[in-house]
Design a protein around this ligand. Sequence first.
Ligand SMILES: Cc1cc2nc3c(=O)[nH]c(=O)nc-3n(C[C@H](O)[C@H](O)[C@H](O)COP(=O)(O)O)c2cc1C
Length: 148
Amino acid sequence: MASAKVVYASLTGNTEEVAELLGEFLTEAGVDAEVLSVDDTQASVFADVDVAIVATYTYGDGDLPDEIVEFYDELAGVNLDGKVYGVVGTGDTSYELYCKSVDDFEEQFEKTGAVKGAASVKIENDADSDDREKLEVFAKSIAATLNV
Ligand SMILES: Cc1cc2nc3c(=O)[nH]c(=O)nc-3n(C[C@H](O)[C@H](O)[C@H](O)COP(=O)(O)O)c2cc1C
């Protein structure tokens, strides 16, 4: 069975919930998924799985959360050739740079050699039923990319 790790940063719980939902949808799609807080891990954790996923909120003025900056910096130096990546995130459209950290992580993953397995999902604060559907589609797309 293919394996995935979902690494998340979350201050008030929105992104943690998204990461947990995504873990469930990946499992339903046939991918064995483990969900980890960025506080307990390093970017090299992706070296031993087939799918690398980051879930992050955006802080400040379009800034990465402080607790994910080191992970972000490390990620550019990890070789993920032959693996699939995906990025999801939460934010708030009242800020000018909506979910900017999602875009930042996409750029960083592009340096690793991994292939993008699904269009990134941006969620306004906490996930509603539409967002859940988007996460399910995301998980299915990741699984389909693996099977190519
Ligand atoms: C001080 C502060 C700054 C924020 N800046 C941004 C931002 O620049 N862009 C954005 O899309 N969301 C911004 N947000 C919204 C959060 O990213 C959003 O509420 C997110 O769901 C929080 O995730 P969490 O519950 O996992 O911590 C900001 C929130 C706070 C409190």
